[in-house]
Design a protein around this ligand. Structure first.
Ligand code: NAD
Length: 297
């Protein structure tokens, strides 16, 4: 059976290292790296995410600010918040929690974030820097996938990676990040022909689709590393009436029999996202202050 890739433990380790790096920077520049998290509206899932981000940033010794605004906020008011944070010398990282209320122009708000403070890696400038291989802030979830894969299999040079899902947030940047590690990458999606046969060739199989159990056990090459990004809530009548549970995009019970290593859901990629956010904040602070970034933690 496969080795379980413990994303929670790895995330704790990265949090601690980001905290150490933050402390080292603070000793030089006289202030802690600062993260601002902006939540607009009252989406309950976003509320949990934002609280966790601020809690872990604070626990790691970062300066963190939480800004909450009602769903009635206008685009102009949202842009004004971003402008203020862009100009705030105590803030190195700005994260605007997605999704924004429908009436707010999401692209305008994201695009307004100073790319050097774009710790979510979502601005067009950050995307361009990633594509061009320039220094910049990389999207957190795919960066977490690469780190887990690297820790599980070692050097990724020449490994064959199949990424299923081509979203702006996960699939596309994941493909580019694996490419940066000298892997050979195929980006598959809903129109890909014979997806099972393609997946069977992968040394590293990344599933970022959002469909429970899409990736079957016999899609996994024996010994492959499986990174399951999906977070899907499904009914779990076995736990009692009306109960639900979280599952990934991979049929975990079957895949773990063939895989060499596999991330569980929950407890795999999920916790890594915030860890990479802390790393990005420390990196942003280093760059802004002209210091050497901590590099790979
Ligand atoms: P998305 O809906 O934006 O993109 C899904 C992608 O899957 C699309 O590119 C589509 O082409 C592809 N796809 C859809 N059906 C397919 C099929 N049958 N076969 C092959 N490909 C198919 O989703 P997303 O934002 O990339 O998120 C994907 C999953 O990852 C979701 O479950 C989401 O909750 C989860 N997620 C987790 C984290 C985290 O762990 N922190 C972060 C972001 C997203």
């Amino acid at each position: 059976a496969a080795e379980l890739i413990d994303g929670k433990k790895t995330a704790e380790l990265i949090d601690a290292k980001a905290g150490e790096a933050a402390g080292a920077i603070a000793r030089i520049i006289g202030r802690k790296p600062g993260l601002a998290v902006v939540l607009i509206g009252d989406d309950p899932a976003s509320d949990v995410y934002v609280r966790n981000k601020v809690k872990r940033a604070t626990a790691a010794g970062l300066h963190s600010v939480e800004i909450r605004k009602p769903a009635s906020l206008t685009t102009d008011e949202a842009l004004a918040i971003v402008d203020r944070l862009n100009a705030d010398p105590a803030i190195d990282g700005i994260l605007v929690q997605m999704p924004l209320p429908d009436h707010i122009d999401t692209n305008a708000v994201i695009g307004r974030i100073d790319p050097d403070k774009d710790v979510d890696g979502l601005t067009p400038v950050s995307a361009g820097r990633l594509l061009l291989g320039e220094r910049g802030l990389r999207p957190c979830t795919p960066a977490g996938c690469v780190l887990l894969a690297e820790r599980a299999v070692g050097d990724l040079t020449g490994k064959y990676v199949v990424v299923v899902g081509r979203s702006i947030l996960v699939g596309k940047p994941a493909a580019l990040l694996f490419l940066e590690k000298n892997a050979t990458v195929t980006l598959a999606h809903s129109r890909t022909k014979d997806l099972p046969a393609l997946c069977r060739q992968a040394d590293i199989l990344v599933a970022a689709v959002g469909r429970p159990g899409l990736v079957k056990g016999d899609w996994v090459k024996p010994g492959a590393c499986v990174i399951d990004v999906g977070i899907n809530r499904i009914d779990a009548p076995e736990r009692g009436a009306g109960k639900t549970r979280l599952v990934g995009d991979v049929d975990f019970d079957a895949a773990k029999e063939t895989a060499g290593s596999i991330t569980p859901v929950p407890g795999g990629v999920g916790p890594m996202t915030i860890a990479m956010l802390l790393v990005n904040t420390v990196t942003a602070a280093s760059h802004r202050e002209g210091l050497e970034a901590p590099g790979q933690l």
